[in-house]
Ligand binder design. Structure first.
Ligand code: NDP
Length: 399
């Protein structure tokens, strides 16, 4: 059906490559390219069957990307490198008239601030070139956005309150590790909190608002209100929302380590001089922390991520919860990575499949909730991320 170029051979790239390789009728040719080719080769070897071609590319370099895209001629580029590379990869896609998909919105390296404005600014150029950009197609953003679209389409006339709840109840046995790229993860969770209420953003101190929330088959876990990128597009695409918040669970041990890391300056993104050369503290920290891709082997337990929604159906108030629970052990057995990489990589593969099948294909730049949620929801059940619904259940949320 089509050719894909995956950029980024990290934990998420590993899952995307595994899942695509297993569907030869959809993904007829696959190339995995990253800064370090040996990482691509190791993934390709593990998958076997000569399914994956590999290449070296510096995704910060547009001419290099253009040359690679021109030589391989993919139908779609799947960007699972880092958010810093979003714009250069989009530029290369424009120059070669190739469609684009990613899982995280652009963030400038020198400022810990992620926003869609930079990528939304490509709307006219993608439209005029007749190519599609699918933004935020991981789990959150991604599945949570599609869950919201599914709820709005099938369960509500108007959605009013949205709480996205992200629980990692797994244990990797390390004192401190991040579940995806440490630099991106620490920048995200140390930001100020922010949520949408009555038409405006309300800002909080980092981790100021928290409470235990109940997660199905897991139980109560302390959950912290943080700002997360899908809130920005969801409040734009679902203007009936009166409030939209995002909650994430953190253990005490994790938060203590995070506080120390911040207090001693190791989360800094400004370069400092060390023995005559500049280093960025958070990048050095990444080099000494466990590699998220290697956490899988001893990871036990589950992730549980979903959307709790309240709104109106046929003039009556209704509550609805849709979620997926994913086992770290099962994810590892299938792909050699833990559930956080798995829950991101599977939706990226499904989004790519939606594009190649022509189901999510229109000229311009779109967040995933702007496409038909139905075939994506069906594919989640078929490809390892089954979802469940609870209706009219009190999940201990005050509204
Ligand atoms: P990793 O750090 O494990 O992998 C990133 C990969 O990108 C590495 O292999 C790295 O190559 C490669 N890379 C980085 N810079 C460049 C560059 N300039 N040129 C080419 N390759 C480059 O990260 P993850 O796999 O954990 O995460 C991947 C993406 O997924 C991130 O953008 C992250 O924000 C996003 N994500 C999204 C989630 C969601 O639910 N939506 C959840 C989790 C992650 P090398 O190893 O050679 O340095």
């Amino acid at each position: 059906m089509g050719k894909v170029l995956i950029i980024g051979a990290g934990g998420v790239g590993t899952v995307v490559a595994h899942k695509m390789a297993a569907l030869p009728e959809v993904f007829t040719e696959i190339m995995l390219a990253s800064r370090t080719k040996s990482k691509c080769d190791a993934i390709a070897r593990k998958i076997g069957g000569n399914r994956i071609k590999t290449a070296q590319v510096d995704a910060d370099n547009v001419p290099q990307l253009v040359a690679l895209i021109r030589s391989f001629k993919p139908d779609l580029v799947v960007n699972v490198a880092l958010p810093y590379q979003d714009l250069t990869i989009m530029d290369a896609c424009l120059e070669t008239e190739t469609s684009y998909l990613d899982t995280a919105n652009y963030e400038p390296k020198d400022e810990a601030k992620f926003e869609y404005k930079w990528q939304w600014a490509y709307q006219e150029r993608f439209k005029n070139a007749g190519i599609t950009a699918i933004l935020g197609c991981g789990f959150d953003p991604g599945v949570t956005s599609v869950f919201t679209a599914h709820a709005a389409k099938h369960h509500f006339d108007e959605i009013h309150y949205l709480d996205i709840v992200d629980c990692n109840a797994g244990d990797h046995g390390k004192a401190f590790a991040t579940n995806f790229n440490p630099e991106i993860n620490i920048r995200e969770v140390t930001q100020k909190g922010k949520y949408w209420e009555n038409g405006k953003w309300v800002e909080t101190e980092p981790h100021e608002i928290h409470k235990p929330l109940n997660y199905p088959e897991i139980g109560p876990k302390e959950s912290y209100l943080i700002y997360h990128e899908e809130l920005e597009s969801l409040v734009r695409n679902f203007p009936t929302l009166k409030r939209a918040r995002f909650w994430m669970t953190f253990g005490q041990e994790y938060l203590t380590h995070l506080r120390v890391i911040q207090n001693i300056g190791m989360a800094g993104i400004e370069p400092v001089m060390y023995e005559g050369r500049e280093i960025v503290p958070i990048q050095f920290l990444k080099a000494v922390l466990p590699n998220p891709g290697d956490l899988g082997e001893n990871y036990k337990g589950w992730t549980s991520i979903g959307c709790r929604i309240k709104g109106l159906k046929d003039g009556k108030e209704k509550t609805y919860y849709v979620y997926n629970n994913c086992s770290h052990e099962a994810a590892y057995a299938e792909t050699g990575t833990q559930a956080v990489s798995y829950t991101t990589g599977v939706p990226a593969m499904i989004g790519a499949m939606m594009y190649l099948k022509g189901l999510w294909k229109k000229p311009g730049v779109f967040n995933v909730e702007e496409f038909n949620p139905d075939p994506f929801m069906e594919a989640l059940n078929q490809h390892g991320l089954p979802w469940h619904e609870l209706q009219g259940v009190d999940l201990e949320f005050e509204y």
